[in-house]
Design a protein around this ligand. Structure first.
Ligand code: NAD
Length: 327
């Protein structure tokens, strides 16, 4: 039986990945490791804990000896590396923890993976972000865009991308990197824009909006990101990176308007929740616009399939019906 390692599988994207991947891959042992930070939730993987091919260990990837022991116990064929400190605001408050997890943690995994005698047919898949490219006014990010991270978060992710590339170039480590745009869907921690807005609407509290709300994000539904990752595991070329997006650029204020409209309908609200919007002081170094050009992965045969408005409505319904989790 082959073994697959998923890091950060109690987080938003990792848990959604496991919920889809574990049931479809009963012929593989799938090991999830997570240090259980505030952003993790064991509830998010409750659908897979009873699968006999699923194993979970509480491990901090920044602890080299714990990571190395794990790699000594299992011969992983594939590593899907999701674990990260992921919230930009926190990275402004405490950059060191971002360097520890995102840079040192990734390096510990690469180093442990590299110590296997035979790396043939193996893969280290590093999940990264479009934020490594900084902000763009006119063009879209592609695999050739320059790395220009603005926040300590994006700088730490850029650094981990560079380490992954460097291991490939120096040691021939089989890596693939994907840089994806902003994800949305169930199980996203309540600090991120979409859950923040829904929580405020449910609680009838101010919806905080940075600056003028004109910052543009390129949104992708979680299922499309996961289908792109599973596609690249099979079809991606070793040593290359892929930009993943689904052409849904919206300013923050426009997505908030949409969330208010849908939520008000579901909650049967009499007055518009958009009145709850409260503009607050902008975040330092706030990137104005992200935009993804996914032509490279599209040319291999992957395309997004989720309709944006339907996925947003499904997501809002999920948060409203699981509002206890938001608390
Ligand atoms: N959310 C997005 O929109 C988005 C977009 C592009 C790329 N990404 C990338 O995808 C990955 C997953 O993002 P997410 O949104 O699921 O993040 P998340 O914050 O929801 O989850 C991260 C998970 O990693 C775990 N973790 C943190 N530090 C750890 C450590 N030292 N050791 C082990 N586990 C640790 C946390 O406990 C948590 O369960 C990240 O690498 C992120 O950079 C996210």
């Amino acid at each position: 039986m082959s073994c697959i390692l998923v890091t950060g599988g109690l987080g938003f994207i990792g848990s959604n990945f496991l919920n889809q991947f574990v049931p479809k891959n009963k012929d593989a042992i799938i090991v999830n490791i997570d240090s259980e930070t505030y952003a993790s939730s064991k509830l998010s993987t409750s659908n897979v804990i009873n699968y006999s091919n699923y194993k979970y260990y509480k491990i901090d990837i920044s602890n080299y000896s714990d990571v190395k022991n794990l790699f000594n116990s299992y011969e992983f064929k594939n590593i899907l590396h999701f674990a990260a400190e992921s919230h930009v605001d926190n990275s402004i408050e405490d950059p060191l923890v971002f360097a520890k997890t995102n840079v040192l943690g990734t390096l510990n995994l690469l180093e442990s993976f590299n110590s296997y005698k035979n790396l043939k047919n193996k893969l280290f898949y590093h999940i990264s972000t479009d934020e490594v490219y900084g902000s763009t006014l006119n063009d879209s990010f592609s695999e050739n865009s320059k790395y220009e991270p603005s926040s300590p978060y994006s700088a730490s992710k850029a650094s981990s991308d560079h380490f992954a590339y460097a291991y490939h170039k120096t040691y021939g480590t089989p890596i693939i990197i994907s840089n994806c745009s902003n994800n949305f869907g169930p199980w996203q921690y309540k600090e991120k824009l979409i859950p923040v807005v829904i929580k405020s609407i449910i609680e009838n509290k101010p919806i905080p909006v940075y600056g003028s709300g004109s910052n543009v994000r390129d949104w992708i539904y979680i299922d499309d990101h996961i289908s792109a990752i599973t596609f690249l595991m099979k079809n991606g070329k070793i040593g290359e990176s892929y930009c993943i997006g689904s052409n849904n650029e919206l300013s923050n204020i426009d997505i908030i308007k949409k969330i208010c409209l849908v939520s008000d309908k579901i909650l049967n609200k009499k007055s518009s929740s958009f009145n709850l919007v409260k503009y607050v002081k902008d975040r330092p170094g706030h990137d104005l616009r992200y935009s993804i050009n996914s032509k490279k992965i599209n040319s291999l045969g992957w395309n997004p399939s989720c309709n944006f408005d339907e996925s947003l409505e499904k997501t809002i319904q999920w948060y409203i019906f699981n509002s206890n989790w938001l608390k």
